[in-house]
Design a protein. Sequence first.
Length: 314
Amino acid sequence: MVGERFDLPLERPLAQYGGERPSAPEWYARAMAMPFEEHRVEVEGASIEVLAWGDRSKPGLLLAHGMRGHARWWGPIPALLAAEHRVVALSFSGMGGSDWREAYSLELCARELFCAAEAGGILDGPARPVFVGHSFGARPIAHAAKDRGQELAGVVMVDSKIAPLEHLPMDRVAPKARVYLDLASALSRFVLLPPQDCINDFLLDDVARAGLVACEGGWRWCFDPEIVRKLRSSAGWDALANPSCPMAMVYGGRMLHVDGGTLAAQRERLPKGTPFIEIPDAGHHVMLDQPIALAVAIRALVSPWQAQAATDLY
């Protein structure tokens, strides 16, 4: 999640660069240079941003971002996975390059997942696709696993705090839609929520730039500032009880968001044998802290699922 928190003494990591890009390692530059496709798909009156990498003949993966994120939040991970998969990433309505709505819901987000998968060409691949969701993005994916899991080879939930008696904060006051005079000023205000350090400034910079749009008077963040207030909550916990496809949980080893109690409850709730994978030295934003390790974990989980799903088709 991206945000502005004026009540916390957070270091703003991009302020030191004055709008210039931090240096990046060669492997990252190569990954980010990989060509990708841009698509749009209409879902109940809103145009949804869809990006896609790799060959349509490969098994499909769909990546779903967290609250106030966008399709490019996954950084180099689509390119790291595209040798073996067709990878699709969407921006949920109200975020990224997608249209805003008068009201949002997890069920509607789940429909956006499948429409994005169809637009990206992964519903008719050689095996059923796998959906991967980070934080908030795992909630509609949990609903997809429960209601339409027979259409999926599996789902992976990345550092998502779905827990008993959970609720989304629907009574929060929406933040003011801030406009910054120039790009450097906007970048200097970027922080991660929940708050955490991240040593990969080059990744933070690309994520922040992709989350900004030019507007009258300067630059603004691309999410609907009232999205949390306009989001109708529903219990993701119930959706974990009986998934109709394999499920796996991946979490950051620093446990900044998903704590031991939540993990214990999730282990108890999910079917016996559900994989729980820790990514060492990663906070909540696992893809920004340890992108290569996360890509390896995703590949290790989904390859056997999709091999089995391909066998089941014949």
